[in-house]
Design a protein around this ligand. Structure first.
Ligand SMILES: [Zn+2]
Length: 291
């Protein structure tokens, strides 16, 4: 079906108390897996991209695959740029047909964050593009970027979202979706996170915009459920997909005797494991059957 705007998707999620999964998908296999599993589960899905996977001409291949997957899926699909840091990155993906972008200036001072997000909203919202921004800062590196992916060490910019800044931030920027820092982190956890659900409740009561949770991978189910019940409408998953994929691939490659094995054979189990993680998240987030 045609691409759907993230704004529209998240409005339904907020009204009906579930969260739409955003899977960061690096390549054609991941794009296809996310769209096909979402279709099997009758769930809306957001296909997220990160800069290392769409740099240079990779964007042409990535977006062609994502648009094809969306066209074939009989469920709502949104194509999103995760963690853009410059407006040029955003202009580039808008030209490639993305329907949603995140401008992440969360490590900046409040006033700088406001100014940069407002600028993006002014440029792209008139074209029907949804804008997500982050207030507070969900720490640590982007998996696979070479930055430290494990938490346990606060990065200097780590900060929980201050509820009293929420309304001002949304009013001054016009942002459509707000990523909040309530105790998750990017990458693989080295200790169990503890989400601040009381803070989330206050933010959700105040916020005119639907709320987003980054660092969903590895966050225990018994913490994600109350987060969804209290206003989280989109949850980002990446590291858990990579863990499932790489663990299976390692096992397969360790056991093959014939180094001329076809990629479609060696990747089969990895693909199946990754799909099971996606399916589990869709069910946990309550988005199954919501398409
Ligand atoms: Zn993130």
């Amino acid at each position: 079906m045609p691409l759907v705007s993230m704004k529209e998707m998240l409005a339904d999620a907020r009204k009906r108390h579930y969260a739409v999964p955003m899977f960061d998908v690096s390549d054609t296999d991941m794009i296809r897996a996310a769209a096909e599993v979402a279709a099997q589960e009758n769930s809306p899905v957001i296909l997220g991209s990160l800069e290392p996977d769409i740099s240079g001409e990779s964007l042409d291949y990535w977006s062609a695959a994502a648009r094809l997957a969306a066209a074939k899926a009989k469920v709502p699909v949104c194509i999103h740029l995760d963690h853009a840091v410059t407006i040029d990155q955003i202009r580039r993906v808008v030209a490639a047909g993305f329907t949603s972008v995140m401008l992440d200036a969360s490590a900046e001072e409040f006033e700088v964050n406001v100014k940069r997000v407002a600028e993006v909203c002014a440029v792209v919202q008139k074209r029907g593009i949804t804008v997500e921004a982050e207030l507070g800062h969900v720490g640590d590196g982007i998996p696979g970027s070479g930055e430290s992916a494990a938490t346990g060490h606060a990065d200097a910019c780590d900060a929980l979202t201050e509820p009293d800044k929420v309304v001002e931030f949304i009013e001054r920027t016009g942002v459509d979706a707000l990523a909040v820092a309530i105790g998750t982190a990017h990458g693989v956890y080295v200790s169990t996170p503890k989400l601040d659900i009381e803070r989330l409740k206050i933010i959700n009561r105040l916020s005119p915009a639907p709320l987003v949770l980054h660092g969903g991978s590895g966050t225990p189910e018994d913490q994600l459920r109350p987060a969804i019940a209290n206003g989280i409408c989109k949850i980002n998953i990446f590291s858990e997909l990579l863990n499932a994929w790489n663990a299976s691939l390692l096992e397969t490659l360790g056991s093959i005797k014939n180094l001329s094995s076809w990629p479609s054979v060696t990747r089969k189990k990895a693909d199946a494991s990754m799909r099971e993680v996606m399916r589990g998240k869709i069910r946990l987030f309550g988005s199954k059957g919501r398409a």
